[in-house]
Design a protein around this ligand. Structure first.
Ligand code: SAH
Length: 304
């Protein structure tokens, strides 16, 4: 009965469109859960609180002006009013409790009260992936954020079919996932780039972090090679960890639905800064491969 009840409630709340016609996540007030636009399950990751990403600097007592979309979401969709509390984060200063100071439907203002959580940097793991079609691209951006990738970038390989990727769409998915899953840090989103060009200037990538902090260690590429012999991914990752790879800068590389071509594979295998790994004896779809690889790498080389 509870399941049915929840489903009806979700159905009622999950399809609220904003002024541009974009479907926004609804809100299940009974369960305090934020809903995804296109599925019928609670989409938050257990925070149960309304969390908003804002770009502004944050300090106790300061005001944060919300944009039109966020004001609409808070005041019209969630029907929140003056004095009610939300959590806000900007990806740099941790998470803060804030109170609605002006419940304007177009330009609401929050008053920042106190810090609820400190900033927590992400492990230095990038995800480079050949772009796929819309829904799967959204999935990759959302899940990579949840998995703690510190940078995501579409790479155009020889067999990539999808050539135009909207950064803004990737960014919106990253923000949505970070809001819903209690993250205080967001992955950087970089513009799509050709794999050949990216590899040509790769040595310059170094370990430069999000804030531009140069590091000595070069960033190595973990090349997910569908043609690699399966069975030794764990041993390979553990060897890299034993050599000091845990916490080091890494970039995972995932190919397109058509796979890497022979020239790309040869080029990648020939590089000293590249390690090929198999994701098992079954071929995974690119979006599945991205998330599976992030899980394996987080477990052995990241912060799991
Ligand atoms: N069409 C290709 C598969 C491409 S799958 C073929 O049939 O061989 C898309 C991408 O996901 C691959 O380029 C690779 O980066 C990754 N991938 C999928 N399955 C994998 C596996 N078992 N091992 C390593 N990488 C894999």
């Amino acid at each position: 009965m509870r399941g049915l009840d929840l489903r009806i409630h979700v159905w009622l709340t999950a399809f609220q469109k904003d002024v541009d016609g974009r479907v926004k996540p609804g809100h299940d007030e009974k369960n305090g859960a934020t809903m995804h636009d296109d599925d019928d399950t609670p989409a938050h990751c257990g925070t149960g609180k309304t969390r908003l990403y804002v770009d502004a600097a944050m300090a106790a007592g300061g005001d944060v002006a919300l944009d039109k979309d966020q004001s609409h979401y808070l005041i019209n969709v969630l029907r929140m009013g003056e004095g009610e509390r939300v959590l806000v984060f900007n990806g740099r200063d941790g998470e803060w409790a804030a109170e609605i100071a002006e419940a304007s439907k177009k330009a609401a203002v929050l008053r920042v009260i106190e810090r609820t959580r400190a900033h927590q940097p992400l492990p230095d793991i990038w995800l480079l992936f050949a772009p796929v079609k819309r829904a799967r691209l959204d999935f990759i951006a959302q899940k990579a954020t949840e998995m703690g990738a510190s940078m995501i970038q579409p790479v155009i390989t020889h067999r990539t079919v999808v050539s135009r990727v909207k950064d803004q769409r990737l960014q919106a998915n990253v923000i949505e996932a970070a809001e819903q899953c209690g993250l205080v840090a967001l992955p950087e989103v970089r513009e799509a780039e050709k794999l050949d060009g990216l590899l040509a200037h790769w040595s310059k990538q170094g370990g430069a972090g999000k804030e531009g902090t140069e590091r000595e260690a070069p960033r190595r590429i973990l090349f997910c090679d569908e043609a690699a012999a399966p069975g030794d991914a764990k041993a390979t990752l553990e060897r890299l960890a034993a050599e000091g790879g845990r916490g080091a800068p890494w970039a995972l590389l995932i190919g397109p639905e058509g796979g890497f071509d022979a020239e790309e594979r040869a080029k990648l295998h020939a590089r000293k800064d590249t390690v090929a790994i198999s994701l098992g004896p079954r071929i995974l779809r690119a979006d599945t491969a991205a998330i599976a690889a992030l899980a394996a790498v987080q477990m052995v080389l990241g912060d799991w």
